[in-house]
Unconditional design. Structure first.
Length: 391
């Protein structure tokens, strides 16, 4: 059963203004020719989300370090965020699992107007524990407890919804086993749990929404993913193979004495288009790395999860190539290894093969491309091409 959650999608009134900034971004050339624009716009998640807050702290630290100004553009869905990047309104986007879906042309990005997006990694921090938020007095503790409950489904955000799909798979459940409630944004899902209209929504313990629920008379609870349940972790990995086990100790309702067994992955992963100016991306990665001492002092979460080592580890656990500008910096500081370079070249070749497969499907679909038939046909084409084209 699907229940429509009423609400209005977040609009991006700044997009038109930000497009003008692109005129100030120089054409790629030598480092000496490179000049920064007055401000660098970055698209990201809703205000109040952990991703928005950490992206804001990171850019504020870079400003303190270098003097360069930034402007954040919050958007409510993965498709809205990707639209800002693809259109050129922003040169950099911080996103979650939606980056993988956009890169692979899956879910909402399987629609005719999208397809596999030629995106590259800029930076990979670790999320502070992806989990399902519930009211503390709900009695919901395990994934199995969610059967028949109202769970938020965020429209236009496959990167968020796959986290819930993986959670459900942990206990052998699917979306058919819960009451699906469509919400227009990540924020709306969290607000639904706080208000009592929903039973569970995807979040992280450090989000402001989690803090608000913790401070309410209901308290906060989470759906744990016990590390000892190896069968559950294997089931989840079949849905989303980019998870890693994570013990959350920072945030609402968790602490070193009361940790939450959950998952982590690259989020908010900073991505850009492959053809973005390498000088700009090099500058951004270099200054983000050099600004670590500044934001690490201001945030225990970023001190733990935004390290260079976390970034490199997660780069090696994604299906998206790294941008040449970022690679230039990693080589400069001696962190880019031959093994990483080999893997990156393989990912680039895979991406080009996937894009070519998409183009071929467009020419062979015929009548199958009408209506909802295209998405089904595209899935058939990639399935026939082999399991390596799953992502």
């Amino acid at each position: 059963m699907k229940v429509k959650f009423k609400g209005t999608k977040f609009l991006m009134p700044m997009v038109v203004a930000l497009l003008a900034v692109l005129l100030l971004l120089p054409v790629a050339g030598t480092a000496k020719e490179f000049k920064l624009p007055p401000f660098i716009p970055i698209a990201t998640y809703d205000v109040g989300s952990s991703a928005y807050r950490t992206t804001a702290m990171a850019t504020e630290a870079i400003t303190e370090h270098s003097g360069q100004k930034f402007r954040l553009l919050p958007a409510s869905t993965d498709t809205a965020r990707m639209s800002a990047l693809r259109s050129g309104a922003v040169p950099i986007l911080t996103i979650g699992g939606g980056a993988t879906f956009a890169s692979a042309g899956r879910a909402e990005f399987a629609e005719m107007g999208w397809g596999p997006q030629d995106v590259n990694i800029v930076w990979c921090p670790a999320i502070t524990g992806i989990t399902l938020m519930v009211r503390g007095d709900s009695g919901l503790k395990s994934v199995a407890d969610l059967k028949g409950k109202k769970v938020a489904y965020v429209e236009g955000s496959p990167g968020l919804n796959v986290q819930i799909t993986a959670h459900l798979a942990f206990a052998g459940l699917t979306w058919k086993d819960v009451e699906v409630v469509n919400v227009p944004s990540y924020a709306a899902g969290c607000e639904g749990v706080i208000s009592g209209l929903l039973d569970a929504a995807i979040t992280v313990p450090t989000a402001s929404f989690a803090r608000r629920l913790e401070a309410s008379k209901y308290g906060i609870g989470y759906i744990a993913l016990p590390f000892s349940d190896e069968a559950g972790w294997k089931k989840a990995a079949k849905v989303y193979p980019f998870w890693a086990k994570y013990k959350a100790t920072n945030g609402a309702g968790v602490s070193p004495e009361k940790p939450l067994m959950c998952a982590t992955y690259a989020n908010p992963i900073a991505i850009t288009m492959t053809n973005q100016d390498p000088d700009l991306i090099y500058w951004y990665v270099k200054n983000l790395a050099e600004s670590y001492p500044i934001y690490a002092k201001k945030s225990a979460v970023m001190k733990e999860n935004w390290t260079v080592q976390w970034c490199l580890d997660l780069i090696n656990n994604t299906a998206i190539p790294v941008h040449p500008g970022a690679i230039r910096y990693w080589k400069e500081v001696g962190k880019w290894t031959p093994a990483m370079d080999k893997r990156n070249q393989e990912l680039i070749a895979h991406k080009q093969a996937l894009i070519e497969l998409w183009r071929k499907a467009l020419t062979t679909a015929g009548k199958k491309a009408k209506g909802d038939g295209w998405v089904k046909y595209w899935q058939e084409v990639r399935t026939q091409a082999g399991p390596e084209f799953a992502w």
